[in-house]
Unconditional design. Structure first.
Lengths: 123, 152, 152
């Protein structure tokens, strides 16, 4: 069956920040793609990781569990995590679940990158 | 018409036979068709064709009669997506030959309404009508999942 | 077609959706409910909450209640009233829902140390909907009834 591809995950670097672009749905099917991307940037020594969400009108509890897994790894590896591009609804969900305590939420990539740069300069 | 096997994925939807509910049927069936991998432009074609079939069912098959319902049944197998629209057959459909084109209609050869069947024919890979007798009318719309040579 | 005698004059419209028990088809329920809720006049924030709640309810029915047996159906009933939308999601009950998981309050601190990072679905439903009730369907399956009020 040729189901639509629910999620496209890609990795890039900008100003020393590892950006993981997540385009599409974050559900149980996203697990391998997200974990692979995270391992990839971590193996390359990323200190600052940004999950940049785009066009994702569907994140469910299985997707939230995957992201909690990433938060756990980020803490273990002493990295900094931020998220950007979430709709108002999913910003609310992230706060409800408590993910906002572990990952700064920014409106867009630009805002997140500026904040990371300030933090990097202060460190 | 279709052999339902374990390789067929099916979904059913039913709604009150009232104008306006065809919009909800469109959104439901479009979501199903996208899941089956139908191309975006064909999903748009399906939405329009389905609305027309639902409106026919509401206005004609169910004669705008309160309390009646319209059922939409979708089957998808390896070859095609088949969408059936069922009414309760208060009024049965009589095929009137080929639907008239807009130029025929503008030339006064037929009523201005009734473009629905023409749209359905043009926006599907195959479509048709069958009578389910007492159970009502059924218009069906089909879309091939792989391009078939000579058949777009 | 009111079948609620306790509310004379209250008109209700029912949309019924029967979905295959395959992950991904919760999208069909989300898009159908969203289409209906928008037409009823719910604002965008409430529609998004409804989509998340219904996705969790249908996903539970697919994964747990029907154990991902695609031949089993998930039945979603959307009942639109003047002042509220009632969503009922029922599975065929291959597996019964544990009573304690309908009342659990998960904490992210626990999730971070436990191997299981999940368990947020039912909690999200309770947080996002105005009324939530877990029952056993007449057919023996699990059923969740959720209500979202339309503030005028």
């Amino acid at each position: 069956m040729m189901l639509e591809d629910e999620l496209t995950v890609s990795v890039r670097e900008r100003d020393g920040i590892a950006i993981i672009d997540l385009i599409g749905d974050v559900t149980t099917f996203a697990e391998e793609k997200i974990n692979t991307a995270y391992r990839d940037v971590t193996n390359r020594g990323a200190r600052f990781v940004l999950l940049n969400f785009r066009q994702n009108d569907y994140i469910n509890s299985a997707g939230i569990a995957i992201l909690i897994g990433i938060v756990t790894e980020v803490n273990r590896n002493n990295q900094k995590l931020a998220v950007s591009g979430l709709s108002q609804h999913f910003q609310k969900i992230f706060r409800m679940v408590g993910l906002a305590q572990y990952a700064e939420i920014y409106q867009d990539e630009e805002e997140a990158v500026q904040s990371f740069k300030t933090q990097a300069a202060a460190a | 018409m279709i052999s339902t096997s374990e390789h067929t994925t099916s979904m059913e939807l039913s709604f009150p036979s009232e104008l306006g509910f065809e919009v909800i049927a469109r959104d439901a069936v479009a979501a199903f068709a996208r899941r089956m991998g139908l191309a975006a432009d064909r999903v748009e074609d399906l939405k329009t064709a389905l609305s027309e079939a639902c409106i026919n069912a509401i206005e004609h098959g169910n004669s705008l009669s309160p309390g009646t319902r319209v059922a939409v049944v979708c089957h998808c197998d390896a070859e095609r997506l088949l969408v059936e629209v069922h009414d309760q057959g208060l009024q049965s459909y009589t095929p009137k030959g080929d639907p008239l084109s807009i130029s025929d209609k503008l030339a006064g050869l037929g009523p201005l309404r009734g473009m629905g069947l023409m749209l359905i024919a043009q926006l599907t890979d195959e479509s048709g009508y069958r009578s389910d007798g007492e159970a009502g009318n059924c218009f069906w719309l089909a879309y091939f999942r792989q391009p078939v040579v000579g058949c777009r | 077609m009111s079948n609620d005698t306790s509310r004379p004059g209250a008109e209700e419209k029912i949309i019924e959706l029967r979905l295959p028990s395959k992950l991904g088809y919760e999208r069909v329920a989300m898009d159908t409910a969203s289409s209906l809720a928008k037409r009823m006049g719910f604002d965008n924030d409430r529609v998004e909450s409804l989509k998340t709640a219904i996705s969790e309810a249908v996903t539970n029915a697919i994964e747990h209640g029907n154990q991902q047996d695609a031949a089993m159906k998930v039945v979603v009933l959307l009942t639109a009233r003047d002042d509220e939308l009632i969503i009922s999601v029922a599975d065929q009950g291959r597996k019964q829902l544990d009573a304690d998981c309908t009342t659990r309050n998960p904490h992210i601190e626990d999730a971070m140390v436990n191997a299981d990072k999940g368990g947020w679905g039912i909690w999200l439903i309770r947080e996002l909907m105005d009324e939530v009730e877990f029952t056993t369907a007449p057919s023996g399956g699990n059923q969740v009834r959720m209500v979202i009020h339309l503030e005028q």
